[in-house]
Design a protein around this ligand. Sequence first.
Ligand SMILES: O=C(O)c1ccccc1NCC(=O)[C@H](O)[C@H](O)COP(=O)(O)O
Length: 274
Amino acid sequence: MTGPLSSPTVRPLDPQQLARVPGVLGRIVHERAADYAAARPELGPPRPASRRFENALRAPDASALALIAEVKRASPSQGAIAPLDPAAAARAYAQGGAAAISVLTEPRHFDGDREALLAVVDAVGLPVLRKDFVVHPAMLREAAEWGAAAALLMVSVLGEATAGYLAAAHHLGLDALVEVHDEHELDVALAAGARIIGVNNRDLTTLHIDLAVSPRLIRRARERGFAGVLVAESGYRSAGEIQAVRGLAGAVLVGSSLAGSGDLARAARELMAS
Ligand SMILES: O=C(O)c1ccccc1NCC(=O)[C@H](O)[C@H](O)COP(=O)(O)O
């Protein structure tokens, strides 16, 4: 229950839930669970919803597409991408027309941290997404305390706990980007009451990218009557590839191709040119 006076009870994922997550993703979530094993699970008092992230992605017309540009210095699929200064990168993305900034805070595989997120929140007026592998409610409390407007919730990790974590994010005034990669995960996100659904083209078990995944699942979400924001995520390198989700998605989330471009503002502008 999530009334204004009650705080949703959300438990850290237990070893059985973590064991369901295979591959690279499984390793990352085990590490994150260990990082937060001693953290307090309480969410603390409710915070007002700003809806800044959601509103930034709501396109003024059906053909407009918002960009969520990601501060991504490294990844399991690419290794080192670029030694970005997070504040400078975020300012460049803002100049390039980004509607929101995603900041990875996972340290071992993505070279992210709390300082990167704080620096970006300080540097730009755009809403900031905390991109991490949420397995513990303390990670959401931190996101709110650090000034993020939104947090990532992955159905592939949270499974049936997704609805509880979504309520926890909303209790903290955060928007949630609820991420899915297949039909079953989409059904879980819809049943959980997600307002923003991200469709990841990257299979996080194999790291294989298939740009047909986003259009397919976005169409399915609309067929199911979903009226919220849909985000196409991962693997976009050219304006031509982005074209495939215009008129379908409300936003695209792009990391590696922008972060590794050398001129982030220009790369963002060129990528989003229609
Ligand atoms: O990017 C990876 O290699 C990766 C591996 C394992 C788990 C998550 C991973 N990435 C997270 C993301 O979803 C992306 O950072 C984001 O969607 C941007 O993707 P891209 O534009 O392809 O960098």
